[in-house]
Write a protein that binds this ligand. Structure first.
Ligand code: NAP
Length: 321
């Protein structure tokens, strides 16, 4: 059974989207705007550093949001995560604790905390069910980030137990779409492939070499679908377990590379450097709970990648690099 709340959110209430300029936060902002929310509140990290406890408390006292989505975090790919574990642990813990404490102190009614699928054990059975949380060792390359996110889930559960508030957590799979990070150092696999193939096409390169064998399987969800799932959960889910958000389908990295190459119009060779590591062979979320709550994704992978390539080209001079 899916615990449900009948309460739809008040479109006139002040609603704080923490991290509203990021990949996820900007998609949630667009979704909320389209759904008729008229008092959205966003602050860039320059305007409000969420690591600053006093500043966060003062902001909540003044803005008095009734609803919050916490999509602000220090986020990065495998290289950034394994190089700067202190930053990923400490900054994310501080951001979360400050926002969740202030939200509690200032009476936020509904709150959605966003984590990621890296919270699950490295060797979890596939597809990964919510109940596998804390049943095994984490992937060591991003364990610091994962522990911070697990602490966030536990803080949400603790608030529910101690104060009875209907706050919830969602764990998205790999996301992609407009607003993504395309930097060679900090990006995830799909934006990295888009950038690499698009640059190869522009240079007229005869071949593109990717890391590994291309055989690992990964799941990807368009960020606009993710945003729609977030609003759906806020209005329809009231349980203490985190909810997986994904498509429930995966593809090999080789297949993804082929779709990206086609979408950017690259027609050279695609090669694989098999001396480089592959990572986990498969990572797929079990999305039964989300589906049972009445939500399905609507953006197919080919269409989603094609529109993301278009967005990347339109913003190539202003994307995060
Ligand atoms: N991307 C994915 O594939 C993916 C998958 C699963 C889960 N998620 C989760 O979704 C959430 C957001 O990820 P994302 O991909 O949207 O990341 P992102 O594009 O890097 O955006 C992160 C946002 O957090 C804000 N931020 C970071 N540090 C801050 C600070 N100290 N004070 C205030 N704001 C700060 C940034 O604000 P400024 O832009 O103003 O600096 C930025 O808008 C994370 O919790 C992540 O775990 C992402």
């Amino acid at each position: 059974m899916i615990p449900q709340t009948p309460a739809s959110l008040d479109r006139a209430a002040p609603f704080f989207v923490a991290g509203h300029r990021g990949l996820v936060g900007s998609a949630i902002w667009r979704k909320l705007e389209a759904a008729g929310f008229g008092r959205l509140i966003g602050r860039s990290s320059r305007e409000l550093d969420l690591r600053d406890r006093a500043a966060v408390s003062a902001f909540f006292a003044e803005a008095k949001p009734r609803y919050v989505v916490l999509a602000a975090a220090k986020v990065g790919g495998i290289l950034a995560n394994s190089s700067y574990p202190v930053d990923f642990l400490s900054e994310n813990l501080r951001i979360q604790v400050n926002v969740l404490d202030s939200a509690l102190e200032h009476g936020v009614e509904r709150l959605l905390f966003l984590g990621s699928s890296c919270i699950y054990p490295k060797l979890a059975p596939q597809p990964i069910k919510e109940e596998y949380l804390l049943t095994g060792h984490l992937e060591s390359t991003n364990d610091a980030y994962a522990i911070a996110k697990i602490a966030g889930i536990l803080q949400i559960q603790a608030v529910r137990r101690q104060y009875g508030l209907p706050w919830i957590s969602a764990m998205p799979t790999n996301l992609y779409g407009p607003g993504d990070n395309f930097s060679p150092q900090g990006s995830h696999v799909l934006p990295a492939l888009i950038r690499r193939f698009d640059e190869a096409r522009r240079r007229g390169a005869e071949s593109v070499t990717n890391w590994g064998t291309g055989s690992p399987r990964r799941e990807f969800l368009h960020v606009d679908d993710m945003a729609s799932a977030c609003l759906h959960l806020l209005e329809n889910y009231d349980g203490s377990d985190q909810v997986n958000v994904g498509t429930g389908e995966d593809s090999t990295i080789r297949e993804i590379a082929g779709i990206v190459a086609e979408a950017v119009g690259y027609d050279g060779r695609i090669e694989w450097d098999t001396t480089k590591p592959d990572g986990t062979p498969r990572k797929l979320l079990d999305v039964t709970k989300l589906r049972q709550s009445g939500w399905e994704p609507t953006i197919g992978l080919r269409d989603g990648i094609a529109s993301t390539v278009q967005w990347y080209r339109e913003h190539v001079n202003s994307v995060r690099t």
